[in-house]
Design a protein. Structure first.
Length: 208
C-alpha cells in the first residue's frame, strides 16, 4: 500500500515517505514542525485540534503522494511484554491469548487494544515466545481523532520500538541495543531476530 510515516513526538511532528525498489529504499518526502505544548499527553479537545492543524502543516510541507499513514505510538503509552508459552497452534493461541495476557498487562484487558506476534518457536523444548503489545483504547482513540482531524487516514498504529527495529536492524543481525534520542526522552530498545524484545523510556533527551 502507498503510505507515509507520521510521528507525533513530544518536541516535533515528523512526516516521512519512503518507497522501496527491489532492495533499495528511496526517501520521497520528509518534513517536521514543532509539536504544540502538551503533545499527545493532553486531554484537551482544543489542544488536540492544534496538533491536527500542525500535522496538516507538516504534510503540506512534505507533500507525500497519499493521505494514508502509519502512526508511531509514543513508547511510554504502550505496554510490550515478551512471554513464554507452551507451543500452541495458531487457533489455540488465538483462543488463549486474552487469558494469558491478563497475567502480564497491568490494565483490564477490556480497556486495551491487544496485538500479539510469535517471536520464536523452539521445537526441542516445546516452548514458544510471544510478543504482546497493548495500548489503552482511549489512547488509540485520541490518536485516531487527531489523525482524522488532519484529513488523513491511519492505516496502522505501531509502537516506536517496532518501527525502529524494522528500520535499523535485519532479522539475522545479532542482538542489538537501539538508542533513540528524542527531544525530551530517550528510548532504549533491545532488538533480535527482527523483533523488539524489550524497551525502556528515560526522561532525558537532546534538549538536555
Amino acid at each position: 500500500a502507498h503510505l507515509f510515516g507520521l510521528d507525533i513526538g513530544r518536541s516535533f511532528i515528523k512526516v516521512v515517505e519512503v518507497s522501496q525498489s527491489k532492495d533499495e529504499k528511496i526517501l520521497k518526502a520528509a518534513a517536521f514542525v514543532l509539536t504544540p505544548p502538551g503533545g499527545m499527553e493532553t486531554e484537551s479537545p482544543t489542544d488536540l485540534g492544534k496538533i491536527s492543524q500542525e500535522i496538516k502543516n507538516c504534510v503540506k510541507k512534505a507533500k507525500p503522494g497519499t493521505n494514508n499513514c502509519v502512526v508511531s505510538l509514543t513508547e511510554s503509552q504502550v505496554i510490550t511484554r515478551l512471554i513464554e508459552l507452551p507451543s500452541l497452534t495458531d487457533k489455540e493461541l488465538s483462543a488463549a491469548i486474552n487469558w494469558e495476557a491478563e497475567q502480564y498487562i497491568p490494565l483490564p484487558i477490556k480497556d486495551v487494544t491487544l496485538q500479539y506476534k510469535i517471536a520464536s518457536k523452539n521445537l526441542a523444548s516445546g516452548k514458544m515466545e510471544v510478543m504482546l503489545t497493548a495500548a489503552p483504547k482511549r489512547v488509540i482513540e485520541k490518536y485516531l481523532t487527531v489523525v482524522k482531524g488532519a484529513g488523513l487516514k491511519a492505516i496502522a498504529l505501531e509502537p516506536e520500538s517496532a518501527a525502529l527495529t524494522r528500520a535499523l536492524t535485519k532479522p539475522n543481525d545479532p542482538a542489538t541495543i537501539i538508542v533513540s534520542l528524542g527531544g525530551t526522552s530517550t528510548e532504549l530498545i533491545i532488538a533480535s531476530g527482527g523483533n523488539s524484545l524489550f524497551s525502556r523510556s528515560i526522561a532525558t533527551g537532546g534538549s538536555t
